[in-house]
Design a binder for this molecule. Structure first.
Ligand SMILES: [Zn+2]
Length: 122
């Protein structure tokens, strides 16, 4: 088990902590099944995770684990069909987010990217 580093847009904090975002697609592969990453949340008035009291204003970390090895999949398949586990409201939002992050080229959907699936473990 290795600790990996995955950064997320701030608007994904809520989907992450409520368990609505359980996947992220990246242009590169990060880690393997069982690897973990930390994400810092700011819930000074109590965190929605059961048993978690939150933080004193400086934030606190939760740990996520990759539940499978990352898989190489067509970008369009993920954003057209798996936008919900990406924590998006619909397909259009998933595509808009992708283009916002990776705007260096015109994405058509046939490109292969790495899908990482995870769950909160702590
Ligand atoms: Zn918490």
């Amino acid at each position: 088990m290795t600790e990996i580093h995955l950064k997320f847009l701030p608007e994904f904090d809520e989907p992450l902590i409520y368990g609505r975002k359980t996947a992220t697609s990246r242009t590169k592969r990060h880690g393997k099944k069982g690897d973990t990453f930390e994400h810092r949340f700011y819930y000074p008035n109590g965190c929605p995770v059961r048993g978690c009291t939150g933080d004193d204003g400086d934030g606190h970390d939760h740990i996520f684990e990759l539940i499978t090895d990352p898989v190489r999949v067509h970008l369009g398949l993920i954003l057209d069909n798996l936008w919900d586990i990406e924590g998006c409201a619909d397909r259009d939002e998933a595509w808009a987010n992708w283009r916002r992050i990776y705007d260096k080229r015109a994405w058509a959907g046939h490109e292969q990217v790495w899908l990482h699936r995870f769950r909160m473990v702590e």
